[in-house]
Every structure is written in C-alpha cells, then in structure tokens.
Design a binder for this molecule. Structure first.
Ligand SMILES: Nc1ncnc2c1ncn2[C@@H]1O[C@H](COP(=O)(O)OP(=O)(O)O)[C@@H](O)[C@H]1O
Ligand SMILES: [Mg+2]
Length: 331
C-alpha cells in the first residue's frame, strides 16, 4: 500500500521555550516511516503546513498515518483529519470531531462527567477572570485549556491562594493564547493508560505509573523535558485489582464516549481514597521512540516500536475494511 505520513516538525523558531512542545523531531518521523516500510508499504511524507497542501491532494495514498498536531487554536488537531475527510483519504486514528473535543480539556471533562467519570473539579478561565470559584478546594493547578505535552505547565502551576491563582493566570495569558483550566490538584499517584483497537477488540495496555522521586510531583514542562533526571516509570503499575479495574473501565468509557478510534492514551491521578481522577485524553499520543509514554508502555509489554506503529496502521485498515482482522500483528 501507499501510506502517507503526516506530521508537524519542531523548527525551534519561537522565543517561548515550549512553543513547539507538541511537534515532532525528524527522528520520530523517520522512526515511524521506517516501521511502516519494514512492513512492506511505500510511504509518502506529508508535512502538515499550508504550503504543502497540494501534496495531500496529489499523494495517491491508500491511507494516511496521521500524527499531525495542526497549527493553531483548539481545533488544530482536527485540521488535517478534516482535510483528509474532505478529500476522501482514509486515515489512522480518531476523526476530526473527536480530536476537536479531546484537545479542549474543559469540553472533554464536561462530556465525561455527564457519563459518570470522575474528574477534578474545575473552572474555565480567561485572561478576564477575576474570581476563583468558591467551591474549588486549594491547592489548584492552572494549565492551558487546549495544549498538550505539558506546554504552559510551569513548576509554579500549583497555587495555594486565590491571589496566587489570579497572578499566575495573568502571567500565563501574556504568553499563551486561549483559555485556561483551573483544576483541583489531586495529590497521589499518576498513571497513564494506552488503548489500541476498536469496538469489541479494544485492548487496554498495561498501565504505566510515573513516579516523581524528587520534590516536583507533577509533569511540568521542565520535568517532562528532563524526564531522565526527574522521573521514574513502573509498567505494569503496582495497583490493586479494584483500582486497576476502575481505571480500565473509565478508560474504555472515555474511549467510547468520545467515539475515539484505533489508539489513545489517557492520564489519571489516583487520589489517596483510591478514586482515579481522569485528567485528559490524547487521541494522537506522542510516539517519540524511547521517550513518549505509549512506546514506553509497549516496550515494557514486549511490543516493539515497529509493531506498535503497524498495529495502529493495521487496526485502522481493519476498521476501514482494507484488511482482514486476523492479519493485525500483536507483537
Ligand atoms: N488536576 C491535577 N492534579 C494533579 N496533577 C495534575 C492535574 N492536572 C494536571 N496535572 C499534572 O500536569 C500534567 C500535565 O497535565 P495534563 O492535563 O495531562 O496536560 P498535557 O496535555 O500537557 O499532558 C499531568 O500529567 C499531571 O502531572
Ligand atoms: Mg497529559
């Protein structure tokens, strides 16, 4: 098959350090390309920038492996899928509606809450916000409402008073466009869950726990960037059976509520009473080999990087009726 590969590259041309945090390095693009070619397909590189729009029209692809982050705004992850849908080109992963919702953390929280999923209490804030809702219990964490990869999450993101909260909001709104999410900070363990598949054959991969052995106890941008120094990982996480069941159930429910497809990764914090709080979902999870959580989960589970990439591709091909189910490789 001819498989297009669409992506956004880090170009490091902004003054703000984490501006391109979500974009990928050429090494990641090459790793995905190589995995797809190893499986016997031809690939076409489709950089997701307006100047290259013609490439999409002319690519002649049977399917596009989509991991483009898009350009701007909370609809950015939906931009390329919407274009591909418009052109009638099939693609891996979730559709433009699911991607648009999932990038908006508040919308996602409202939707999952309405379906019985526990998520931290929150307030959507703008640069004009002057009051913190009285029913929110400090400490609170403040993060951009529609970013990823810990972009805009500072070491000082956790605040203890309304004054600190408003001050941080003011500072952040000078740097990051868009709204902010103020959330109750959940002390406790942090886990992330990868899911692969569709319908009855969705597989919840072993849960990855991120351990914070130093004083920083959440994934700020700095902690994420220097994860080798600040973090340790445990996969499968040491969880009791009941907690694991709750997390798996919640993950499957979120996947189904948003009508996600093929692959997703979602983050939870487990409070001291054992309740998993859903934080957010990534329908286009990071795929940097040896760095991103999903490849890390797979590595710990005996699934090679190349198998992960081809599993996403083959799952999409089966969903689209372009491949028979039995040929989806597991490892
Ligand atoms: N309500 C919260 N309670 C505790 N930690 C949080 C909370 N929200 C975010 N965090 C921390 O910040 C990190 C990034 O937040 P997340 O919502 O996953 O955004 P991103 O899209 O940048 O990954 C989380 O992995 C977690 O460590
Ligand atoms: Mg996250």
């Amino acid at each position: 098959m001819i498989v297009g590969l669409t992506y956004n590259l880090k170009k490091s041309n902004s003054d703000v350090e984490d501006w391109e945090a979500e974009y990928d390095s050429p090494q990641t693009v090459m790793a995905i390309q190589s995995a797809i070619e190893q499986a016997g397909h031809d690939t076409v590189l489709l950089e997701a920038v307006p100047e290259r729009i013609r490439d999409f029209i002319d690519c002649g692809c049977d399917i596009v492996f989509n991991f483009a982050e898009g350009l701007e705004g909370r609809g950015r992850e939906a931009q390329i899928p919407a274009l591909l849908s418009f052109l009638g080109i099939p693609y891996t992963g979730s559709d433009e509606v699911a991607l648009g919702i999932a990038l908006d953390k508040t919308l996602t929280k409202q939707l999952v809450t309405a379906n019985g999923i526990t998520t931290p209490k929150f307030q959507l804030a703008t640069r004009a916000t002057k009051k913190i809702k009285r029913d929110l219990r400090f400490p609170l964490i403040i993060k951009p409402n529609a970013e990823g990869s810990s972009k805009g999450i500072r070491e000082s993101a956790v605040v203890n008073t309304p004054e600190q909260a408003l001050q941080l909001l003011c500072e952040l709104s000078h740097v990051y466009p868009g709204d902010f999410l103020i959330e109750e900070f959940i002390e406790g363990r942090e886990v992330t869950v990868g899911l692969l598949g569709n319908g009855d054959s969705i597989e919840v991969l072993p849960v990855l726990e991120t351990l914070f052995p130093h004083e920083d106890n959440f994934y700020s941008y700095r902690v994420k960037k220097h994860s080798d120094v600040f973090l340790q990982y445990d996969c499968p996480a040491q969880l009791d059976r009941l907690t694991l069941q709750k997390i798996e159930k919640a993950s499957r429910t979120v996947f189904s509520i948003l009508r996600l497809r093929d692959v997703a990764r979602m983050d939870f914090r487990i409070a001291s009473d054992g309740i998993p709080y859903f934080l957010e979902v990534n329908p286009i999870p990071g795929l940097a080999p040896g760095f991103s959580d999903l490849p890390r989960i797979c590595e710990a589970s005996g699934i090679s990087y190349d198998s992960l990439i081809n599993r996403i591709l083959n799952t999409a091909l089966v969903r689209l009726g372009l491949m028979v189910p039995s040929t989806v490789q597991v490892t």
